[in-house]
Design a protein around this ligand. Structure first.
Ligand SMILES: NC(=O)c1ccc[n+]([C@@H]2O[C@H](COP(=O)([O-])OP(=O)(O)OC[C@H]3O[C@@H](n4cnc5c(N)ncnc54)[C@H](OP(=O)(O)O)[C@@H]3O)[C@@H](O)[C@H]2O)c1
Length: 258
C-alpha cells in the first residue's frame, strides 16, 4: 500500500507529516475536531485540558507517538510554559499553535459580575493565550518559522448583553494578533485571528431555543455554523494556500456581523 493510500487512516504522508501542532483545549468542541483533523493530516499534536475524556484516552491509546495530552488549567501560567517545553522536547519542535481553549462559564450582567469572575476570564481567555504564544513563538523562531491562530469570537466584533468581559478578552486577542504579526513576520511566523459565529458545543448549551432561533433569523445564511465549517477555515489558515495571510481577523459567521 502506498503512503497516499494510507493517508485517510493514519495521516502518514499527509500535508502535516513531520509537523508539530499545539492546540489548547483539544478534548471537546472545536478543539477536539481540530486535533482529529490535524492527526488525520499527519501532524503530531500536543493538547491539554483540565480533564481527560474518552476521546483523549482513546487517542492516547491509539496514537501514542503522535498525540500528547496533559491536564493543565489555563490559569496556571507556569504549567502552560512547562507544557509547551515538554511538547517541544517530545516532538522535536513546534510549527503551529492554535489558541482554542477559552471559558465563558455563565453569561451575567456586568453590574453584578464578581471581581473573581472578571479575573478568571481575563486570565483564561487573554493572559493564557498570550503566555502560550510567547512560549511557542520562542520555539518557532529557533526552527525558522511557524504559525499562530487565535480563536476569537463575534463578541469581539459586535456587542451582546451578558458577555462584556468575555468580549473584551476576545477583542484583546484580535489586537494581540495584529501587533504580534508585525513583530513576528520577519521571523517567518504568521499570526491570525479566526472569528467563529455561534456553533453547537458545551460552551453554547445554555443558549435557549428562542435565542438560537433569533441568531438564525439574524444570520444572512439563516442558521448557526456547523463546527466543521469553523475547522475548515482554521485549517485553511494553517495550510500553504494561506501563506501570504498574516495579521488578519477572519470572520466565519454566516454573515451575522455584516
Ligand atoms: N461555541 C461557540 O458558539 C463559539 C463561538 C465563537 C467563538 N468560540 C470560541 O471557540 C473556542 C472553542 O469553543 P468551544 O465551543 O469548542 O468550547 P468547548 O466545547 O467548551 O471546549 C473547550 C475546550 O477547552 C478546554 N478548557 C476549557 N477551559 C479550560 C481551562 N480553564 N483550562 C484548560 N482547558 C480548558 C475544555 O476542556 P476541559 O473543560 O476539560 O478543561 C475543552 O477541551 C473558544 O475559544 C470559544 O471562545 C466558540
Amino acid at each position: 500500500m502506498t503512503a497516499v493510500q494510507d493517508t485517510p487512516h493514519t495521516g502518514a504522508g499527509g500535508p502535516g507529516a513531520g509537523k508539530v501542532a499545539v492546540v489548547s483545549g483539544g478534548s471537546k468542541g472545536l478543539g477536539r475536531l481540530l486535533v482529529e483533523r490535524l492527526l488525520a493530516d499527519g501532524w503530531k499534536v500536543a493538547t491539554f485540558s483540565r480533564s481527560a475524556n474518552e476521546f483523549v484516552k482513546d487517542t492516547l491509546a491509539e496514537q501514542p507517538e503522535r498525540f500528547l495530552w496533559e491536564p493543565v488549567d489555563l490559569v496556571d501560567r507556569k504549567a502552560l510554559r512547562s507544557f509547551v517545553g515538554g511538547a517541544a522536547r517530545a516532538f522535536g519542535g513546534i510549527d503551529l499553535l492554535i489558541n482554542n481553549a477559552a471559558v465563558l462559564n455563565k453569561q451575567e450582567l456586568f453590574l453584578t459580575a464578581s471581581p473573581r469572575q472578571v479575573d478568571l476570564l481575563l486570565a483564561s481567555n487573554l493572559a493564557a493565550p498570550i503566555a502560550l504564544a510567547q512560549a511557542c513563538a520562542r520555539v518557532m523562531s529557533n526552527r525558522g518559522g511557524g504559525q499562530i491562530v487565535n480563536i476569537s469570537s463575534i463578541n469581539a466584533v459586535r456587542g451582546y448583553r451578558g458577555v462584556a468581559v468575555y468580549s473584551a478578552t476576545k477583542a484583546g486577542l484580535d489586537g494581540f494578533s495584529r501587533s504580534l504579526a508585525r513583530e513576528l513576520g520577519p521571523l517567518n511566523i504568521r499570526v491570525n485571528s479566526l472569528v467563529p459565529g455561534f456553533f453547537d458545543s458545551e460552551m453554547t448549551t445554555e443558549v435557549t431555543e428562542q435565542n438560537r432561533e433569533r441568531i438564525a433569523r439574524r444570520t444572512p445564511l439563516g442558521r448557526l455554523a456547523d463546527v466543521e465549517e469553523i475547522a475548515d477555515a482554521v485549517l485553511f489558515l494553517v495550510s500553504p494556500q494561506s501563506s501570504f495571510i498574516t495579521g488578519q481577523t477572519i470572520i466565519v459567521d454566516g454573515g451575522i456581523t455584516c
